[in-house]
Each structure stands twice: as C-alpha cells, then as structure tokens.
Design a protein around this ligand. Structure first.
Ligand code: MSP
Length: 660
C-alpha cells in the first residue's frame, strides 16, 4: 500500500467571488497533490465551500429565495473555476451536503455525551458585525475605537465546547511536535495565543451554537439551536475524508484563520479521540498525536503594494486577470514568488517580468537553443557523452545534485526555494553554452566528442526540468517533454524512476516555443479591458442587505451648528501598535496641525492616507485611546456590517475650509 497523502484547502465562503488569495491556496494544494502523486503516494485532495451563516440567510431573504437556492447558485463559482483551471481536486465538499451535516450532528452528540460540550447561558456583549461574543478586553478596545454601536447586550442559551480543558495538551502539541504548524514563526504566534499569561490570557470555552440564526445545522434534539460556523466548517475535513487517509497530511490556511486551525481544530479532535483514563492535566498520549493533522501550513497574504486587497478599495486581483497569461504561467508565478508564510506584494509588472525572465527567456530560450542545436548538429539524435573536461564535469555534478536539492525543498513545502534553485541551474547552463561555444565545436571534426557531451548534458538538464517542474506547470512541461522526443504523460511518471543519465530513447522533436514573450504595454491594456468588462459585477456575488440603525430623532439647527466640521489634509499616518483598528494621523487643518486617531486600519493602509483630504470634527473634546490623545475625529460612512469609507472633500477644497 502506498503512503496516504491528504491535502486540504480552507472551504471558501460563498458570499465572496474567487480572487487571487483563493486561487493561490488552491493552486498550492494542487501542486502538492501532483508532486506527491509523482512521489508515488496515495493522494487525496479536498477543497470546497462554507455555506452556512447569517449573511447567507439575510441575502437570500432580500432576494426572496431560500438560502439553499442561493448557495446552489453561488457555490459553482468556485467549483467551476477549479475545473476550468484543470486542478486535480478529488472531492469538492459543501457544508450543505447531507453527509457533512450528519457527521457534524453525530460528533456534536458524541461530545455532548462525553461532557466536552455543555449547555449554559451566555450573558455579555456581542459584536453584530463580527457575529461573535466579545470579551471585556475586546469590548473596551471596540468602544475606544468608536465602535460601541456594534455591541449589543445579549443573554442567550448556548452550547459551549470545553476548549479550556485542552490547554495543557495543546501546549504539549506545540512544544513536542513543532512540525504541527509551519513555518516556524507562525507556530510562535499560535503559542502566544494559548500560553497561560500570554498575550490573550488563558483559553476560554467556546460558544458553538446560536439561537439567532436558522441557516445552519440543527443541534440534534434541541433544534432551536444551530451549530455555529467553526464547529460546522472545520469538521468538513473529517466528513469528507476518504477511507484510509486520516489524518490530514498538509492543511493549507491563510494566516488569518490559523488560530482556528491550530487551536480549535486539534482541540475538537483531541476531545473526539480521547479515551477513558486519558488525563487532560497529564501527558498527552502519543496515540492522540497520530490522529491529529500532521501539519497546518500557514501562508501569508497577497497584498496590493503594502495594502490589503479589499472589495471596498476595489483592488482585488481576480483569477481571470491572472489566467490571461495561461494557467501554467499563473501557477509558476504564484509558487515561485510567494515565500511561504510571508506576505507578498502583487503587481502585474512583477508578474510579467517574472514570466518573461524565467519562462520566455530562461527555460524557453534554453530549450529552443538546445533542441535546435541537437537537430542542426546531430540530426536530432541525442549523443552519449564520452569525454568530459573540467567545465563538463562541473555541469555533470550540478546535474546530479539538482533533483535531490529540489525534492528536499519541496518536501519542506518550499517551492519558492525549490524553483529558485532549479532556475539558478538553468542560468548556469546558459553560461555553459557561452563558455563551451558549441557553434565553434561544430565546425571542427576533432571536437565532435566534446560537442556530444555539451549537447547531451543540455538535453538531460531539460528532461530533468520537465519532470521536476511538472507538478507546477503540467502542460508546459508536457510540451517540453514532447519536444525532447519523449512519449507518455510526464505527470504519470514517478520521481523515483528518474535516471538523470539515461540515454534518450528517441530523437528530439521540433522545438515548440514554450512561452511567448509578453509585450508588457499591450498586456496591461488587455488586463484593463478584462477589468472593465468585469466591473459591473465587481460587486460581491451576493449583495449584502443594508444593515443600518433607525434614523435618530430630530434636532434643531442650532444644535447641529455647534459641530465644527473642517476640511483636513493628512500629512502623516502610522499604525498604532497593538491596536487592530487604529491609525494615528497628523492632519493639517489650515490654521493648525492636529494628531487624530481613526478606527480605519481595516479599510486603509497608512501609506494610502497620506495626501488625502478628509472631513474632521474639529471641536470635539480631546480623548485618549491606547495612550495617545486624539484631537478630533474623521467622518466616515458605513453601515453596521461594512468597513468605514472616508468622506472625501473634492481635491480643490483647501485644508481649513468649513464644512456646512
Ligand atoms: N470559510 C472560512 C474557512 C473555513 S475552513 C474550515 C474562510 N473562508 S474565506 O473564503 O474567507 O477565506 C479563505 C482563505 O482565503 C483564507 O485562508 C484566507 O487567508 C485566504 N485569503 C483571503 N485573501 C487573501 C489574500 N489576499 N492572499 C492570500 N490568501 C488570502 O475563511
């Protein structure tokens, strides 16, 4: 039996349309799946959609359809994209599948019987926009940021999961099995979260049901409750697992959802797998570790400049724009340029530069030159090297090292490093050609053996590249494979069968261009056209209903006129450390400069604020937040659920102008 390899992506919310972030994670999972198939493993690749929750319920109501109709309409946005891209997904799970619902209900019942889930009354504050209970510390933070209106007092019955009971085992998991979260610096973040006395204090039990929502999986036997999102969503990995593949080998997640996967998820599983006699305050049995995911692989975010991509900023990169250059090109770029775990700025400029340098030049050019030399000087027949000088021996040694180095990095999930190493080798071969000067060797019969060596080594290097990079660029590598006169599907081969120095079975074919050089200016115009075409539908696939409080009571003019509103110009802006929402700004009010704090970090990056005109409430009494005094407030527009949009006076309004 070959070794199982179970890889998962997060299941995506259906109220968003696919973007570069979803594409990146799913492509990375596909590359891992293909790579491990070529390692001879028994791969199972799972992705899907997360379809329950209040937002879906509300949207369906405004459209006059059922939530089920709505999710059936939008889930294919994801499923079809992966099909169109040729991803080798084995199963597409939806949380509305009967099989998934049955698993969630069965596990819920089981944990209730074991005492890991209990019913209690929650009394406290609830954030309407986050659809979550908030602790006192969080509530204070929100109040300081002027978000008090999003908090409501709540008293409701809820089922809780005893997360706190698993703190000891979780800490042992992180200490003893550091491979559980990769890369390492992301594990440190998780430890911080759980550590007693750490940043967030000890773990608190987790509310896992709601009575205020109906669109969810009913709690068995107590149907006014539905199971709350994370207990529902995380269990997809269990409900859709294929026999013989448990536990997951690599679970890919973005850094924003790492905590759910590295803390809640293993705790749920520990509760399910713990047996009579296991001591939660003692040592975690090794048996439990064996049943938990091997690695949660946390990646960073694709950013626009140093700003988050967001619908409100309209700077989201959509799959169609990426795929304009070909699926394989997009796959190569995403894997080659993202250093796993870190954030990375996306620009079309860098995207096109990478493709031109590495695919049009780089590999494409090397393949075209090498194959046409084989045809010209040896009628396509690949010679056997018999004579090696120092230069050739150096290349031979590198040729023998390339695959082990590539495979080692890939085993560590470092495709950025693996591809970087492979392409460094290809550049070295360009130098080899320049130094060996095959065109001169071809003119001298005495040098025939030397020419044989050069041509054979180039061929071997290309054959090796086609094989190693096939999981990343399956089609492009197949094309190269065929140009090298090789038959069959390169992706059907196994890395273990690789014999770098095996003779070529057949003569090489015609050198087909692998990747046409991109004319950047023309391509940018094409991208703009794709965007313009998509613009009317750039709004979320699911239109969220307006979520506003009722109008306030009337006031007289004099009361209104007491407010002194001014046009301000942002001179400087920086994030307030440790605050999730605050940005500190220096604002020019024409007559003076002020320090003002704004709760807008989630919607704006500091760099994008500098130079903007804003409307300032200028006669508001100063107020300290996070130890900094704010002398005024910026006007924003939003509803209770959306991010704040800054009110922008026209460009020619001077700082200090009175708004009236
Ligand atoms: N439904 C939950 C996941 C439940 S898993 C049991 C969810 N869905 S999501 O659709 O909002 O996000 C899915 C993934 O997209 C997350 O891993 C998130 O990190 C990732 N990304 C969203 N924007 C991103 C970028 N700009 N760049 C890279 N990935 C990002 O969360």
């Amino acid at each position: 039996m070959s070794k199982p390899f179970y890889v998962t992506t997060p299941i995506y919310y259906v109220n968003d349309k696919p973007h570069i972030g979803h594409t990146y994670t799913t492509v990375l999972a596909d590359v891992l799946a293909r790579h491990h198939r070529m390692l001879g493993e028994d791969v199972y690749f799972l992705t899907g959609t997360d379809e329950h929750g209040q937002k879906i319920e509300k949207t369906a109501a405004t459209r006059g359809i059922t939530p089920q109709q709505l999710v059936d309409e939008v889930a294919p946005n994801f499923e079809n994209l992966w099909k169109q891209m040729g991803l080798t997904v084995d199963y597409f799970v939806r949380t509305t599948h009967a099989q998934h619902k049955a698993t969630v209900q069965a596990r819920f019942t089981e944990l209730l019987a074991k005492g890991d889930i209990y019913k209690a009354t929650y009394k406290g504050l609830y954030s309407v926009s986050d659809e979550a209970y908030v602790t006192e510390i969080q509530a204070k933070e929100m109040q300081a940021q002027g978000l008090a209106h999003q908090l409501v007092e709540l008293e409701e019955e809820s089922y809780f999961f005893r997360l706190a009971s698993y703190e000891n085992w979780l800490i042992q998991l992180f200490e003893k099995y550091p491979e559980f979260v990769q890369p390492e610096f992301r594990l440190n973040e998780v430890k911080q979260f759980v550590a007693p006395g750490g940043e967030r204090g000890n773990l608190q039990n987790l509310s896992i049901s709601r009575t205020s929502i109906t669109w969810g999986i009913p709690v068995p036997g107590d149907e006014k409750h539905v199971v709350y999102v994370w207990f529902d969503a995380l269990l997809n990995y269990l409900s859709a697992c294929k026999d013989g593949h448990w536990p997951p080998t690599a679970q890919l997640v973005g850094k924003d959802i790492l905590r759910f996967h590295a803390v809640y998820w293993p705790a749920f599983l520990m509760a399910m797998y713990r047996q009579e006699g296991d001591d939660l305050s003692g040592e975690m049995p090794a048996r439990i570790r064996e049943l938990l995911p091997k690695t949660i692989l946390a990646h960073g975010w694709w950013l626009m400049g140093d700003t988050k991509m967001s619908k409100s900023l309209g700077n989201i990169v959509r799959p169609k724009e990426l795929l304009h250059f070909g699926t394989d090109a997009a796959r190569f770029f995403l894997l080659r340029d993202m250093h796993l775990g870190h954030d990375r700025a996306f620009t079309f400029e860098a995207f096109m530069d990478r493709l031109n340098a590495d695919l049009a030049n780089g590999l494409g050019n090397l393949a075209a030159r090498s194959i046409s030399m084989l045809q010209r000087y040896r009628s396509g027949v690949v010679p056997i090297p018999e004579k090696m000088d120092e230069l050739d021996t150096d290349v031979r040694e590198r040729l023998l090292q390339v695959a082990p180095e590539y495979l080692k990095k890939a085993a560590d999930h470092d495709f950025h490093g693996a591809l970087d190493g492979l392409w460094a080798f290809l550049r070295h071969l360009d130098g080899y050609i320049v130094k060996a000067e095959p065109w001169k060797l071809a003119k001298d019969e005495v040098q025939a053996a030397k020419l044989d060596t050069v041509l054979a080594q180039l061929y071997r290097a290309l054959r090796l590249t086609a094989l190693l990079a096939a999981p990343v660029m399956p089609e492009l590598c197949q094309q190269l494979w065929e140009s090298l006169g090789l038959s069959g599907r390169v992706t059907d081969l196994r890395f273990a069968d690789l014999d770098v120095e095996a003779p070529a079975p057949d003569p090489v074919g015609d050198p087909k261009p692998l990747f046409a050089r991109i004319d950047k200016e023309a391509a940018m115009n094409e991208i703009e056209a794709i965007r313009a075409e998509a613009a009317p539908t750039i709004a979320p696939a699911v239109e969220l209903p307006l979520d506003v409080s009722p109008l306030k009571e009337n006031i007289d003019y004099d009361t209104f006129a007491k407010t002194d509103l001014r046009v301000g110009l942002v001179l400087e802006a920086e994030e307030v450390p440790k605050s999730k929402k605050l940005i500190k700004m220096k604002i020019d009010l024409g007559i003076e400069q002020r320090t003002i704090l704004g709760g807008i970090k989630e919607a704006y990056a500091p760099a994008d604020l500098v130079g903007r005109r804003v409307v300032v409430v200028a006669n508001l009494a100063p107020r300290a937040m996070m130890g900094i005094e704010s002398h005024g407030m910026l006007l924003c527009a939003s509803d209770n659920a959306s991010k704040p949009y800054l009110i922008a006076p026209p460009e020619d309004a001077k700082p200090g102008f009175i708004v009236r």
